[in-house]
Design a protein around this ligand. Structure first.
Ligand code: NCD
Ligand code: ZN
Length: 343
């Protein structure tokens, strides 16, 4: 039987929520990954070090006994963030980044930054205190076609941010386009990107296969096939600027299957399996370990993990949902076959 053993991986972008959903989803991430960058877009958002430390405690309580999992906390950047908080965050061993959501770009982003230029003094403080800035890179004006929002964000904002703050570590989160890949490749070693499993495996046809498919809807939205191919090429290239970030973003099934369904794909239970499928599709399984286990740690200046995880080539059916009636969550690929399994 075909098996693949790699150093324990990390997830550099995940939403684990709070309360009942946290308890349902966190064990899946903790089983697959040694560490994860925890996104701060709760309601209300996690904007201070003290709030992040409380949230961290709640996450640690949800880790099943016997699993060794470290949440890497982030703070939600707002117009009210102070340099003092940035300094405090940079000093904390538990806080690893700030997340910039353009106001209105995605789920729970209404407290985000409306005027990006006005946040430049905060970027300068992050550069000075050496804490990374994670960016949801989409413009929010409704005139802009939804499939163009990432590309336009790069041209309108990101090029200048990278130029103005050359020593600021920036992660362009969940890249979805060939233009984003090109921007990251051309930028300095201070600029990197995460890539999700859904953007490696699916193009925008998946949203409309035989009818509307809400569980494949996330932001940035799936793009054309040419973009998917560019992402697969980047992820499997061995370039250390590209690393694993699932953007697993659980919403209850009823919030997804609605007249106005929430954005976000729940991939945590099968995340590594999905990446293995994507890498195998281009005969690049030998590049999975760098992407999943080394590049992100190196960028965040954290030690690489010890220990290993083994995947076996076994087909199994993805459950139709996880959790109980109170918080039933439909995963991506529900009721379909996935061809790898974690031992
Ligand atoms: C994320 C969420 O639900 O929190 N949704 C998504 O579609 N990716 C927010 C985000 O990362 O954009
Ligand atoms: Zn996200």
């Amino acid at each position: 039987m075909k098996t693949l053993t790699i150093t324990r991986p990390d997830d550099w972008h995940v939403h684990v929520r709070t309360g009942a959903i946290l308890k349902t989803v966190l064990p899946h991430t903790a089983k697959q990954f040694a560490r994860a960058i925890i996104m701060p877009n709760l309601k209300p958002p996690v904007t201070t070090v003290d709030q992040a430390l409380l949230y961290r405690d709640e996450i640690l309580e949800a880790v099943p006994t016997g699993l060794d999992f470290t949440p890497l906390m982030t703070l939600y950047l707002t117009a009210a963030t102070t340099e003092a908080e940035i300094k405090k965050a940079a000093k904390s061993e538990h806080i690893h980044a700030f997340k910039l959501y353009p106001a209105g770009a995605t789920t729970h982003s209404d407290s985000g930054v409306a005027d990006i230029k006005a946040a430049y003094p905060l970027f300068a403080a992050m550069e000075k205190h050496q804490i990374p800035l994670l960016i949801h890179g989409e413009v929010t004006d409704e005139q802009c076609d939804i499939f163009d929002r990432e590309r336009v964000f790069i041209d309108r904002y990101l090029v200048d941010i990278a130029k103005s703050f050359p020593a600021l570590r920036v992660v362009l989160e969940h890249v979805t386009t060939s233009e984003a890949v090109q921007f990251v490749k051309d930028a300095s070693s201070y600029v990197a990107a995460t890539i999700t499993p859904q953007h490696l495996l699916y193009n925008r046809n998946a949203l409309f296969g035989g009818g509307i498919r809400p569980h494949y809807y996330c932001l940035p939205v799936l793009k054309r096939e040419q973009h998917r191919l560019a992402l697969v090429k980047a992820a499997t290239s061995g370039n250390p600027k590209f690393f694993l970030g699932t953007d697993s973003a659980p919403h209850t099934t009823s919030m997804k299957e609605s007249s106005c369904g929430c954005a976000g794909c729940f991939s945590a239970p099968i995340a590594l399996e999905l990446y293995a499928e994507a890498f195998e599709s281009v005969n690049a399984l030998n590049k999975l370990e760098g992407f999943a286990s080394f590049h992100g740690a190196d960028f965040y200046r954290l030690p690489r993990n010890s220990g290993t995880i083994t995947l076996k080539k076994i087909s199994w059916d993805v459950p139709s949902s996880y959790g109980d009636n109170g918080a039933s969550i439909t995963p991506i690929k529900a009721n379909e076959v996935v061809s790898w399994q974690i031992q």
